[in-house]
Design a binder for this molecule. Structure first.
Ligand code: HPA
Length: 246
């Protein structure tokens, strides 16, 4: 099995059961990753952890250096990444508190450094992105969910928005017409950059709130945090089951 990395999102800044072996500062041609990489053993398996928004959660979604993060993980010998992400749910069954392993993406982000294939190229490269997530790792996550008795939604389209503001109600209507089931701010370009470096990447999304206009009143941060606390506890169990099966 190739080395596994976990990229933690909002509500998931550390992997408690990780026995830390060392932290590694990696510099990349693209600048600094969100934090030093934490190398350790997670239930006996070698795992690398990286908090996407930094240790103190100070980096907003549109300022995350996605290229440096994925590059650093590859430098550390990582071949598989689970990207944990908080999202909004557009409709049932994507209700707050649910865990989802999406299988498609629609990218609405802009102005982010989204590719390694630019600059002094010897040839133009177009990666295949028909299936944006690694099917093997998705299946392993779904099997881990079954083994651990954690209910997972196994088909969903993740709509990646620019942030940091949340969406308008009509933007969410449009996203639903497009076919989105979830909305989040960090899914892209993370998934595409992993594919460019031929790293197997899957997303584990935790629904933190109903998307804009899908519940009465404004979206409250307190509601998001409450659902994330419960959801991230389940993510930890899911990841334990994932490594137990390796
Ligand atoms: N929109 C975008 N990103 C999010 C949301 C949302 O409603 N909830 C958590 N991340």
């Amino acid at each position: 099995m190739t080395k596994l990395a976990i990229i933690g999102g909002s509500g998931f800044r550390s992997l408690e059961a990780l026995e830390i072996v060392h932290r590694e500062v990696i510099r990349t041609p693209y600048g600094e990753p969100s934090a030093p990489l934490t190398h350790g053993r997670f239930h006996g398996t070698e795992v690398v952890f990286l908090p996407r928004h930094g240790h103190a959660h100070t980096i907003p979604p549109h300022r995350v250096n996605y290229r440096a993060n994925i590059w650093a993980l590859q430098q550390a010998g990582v071949g598989r990444i689970v990207g944990v992400a908080a999202v909004g749910g557009l409709h049932m069954p994507m209700a707050p508190g649910r865990l989802v392993i999406p299988d498609q993406i629609i990218d609405y982000t802009y102005g982010r450094d989204h590719t390694y294939f630019e600059g002094d190229l010897t040839h133009v490269t177009h990666i295949d992105f028909t299936e944006p997530y690694c099917p093997t790792l998705r299946q392993e996550l779904l099997a881990a969910g079954q083994a651990a008795g954690i209910q997972l939604e196994e088909r969903a389209t993740y709509g990646a928005t620019q942030g940091p503001r949340l969406e308008t109600a009509r933007e969410i209507d449009r996203m639903e017409r497009d076919g989105c089931d979830l909305v989040g701010m960090t899914g892209m370009p993370e998934a595409a950059l992993a594919r460019e470096l031929e790293i197997c990447y899957a997303c584990c999304a935790v629904v933190a709130n109903w998307a804009a206009g899908r519940s009465d009143g404004p979206i409250e941060m307190e509601e998001i945090e409450r659902h994330l606390q419960g959801g991230m506890g389940q993510v930890r169990e899911l990841l334990s089951a994932l490594v137990a099966a390796q």
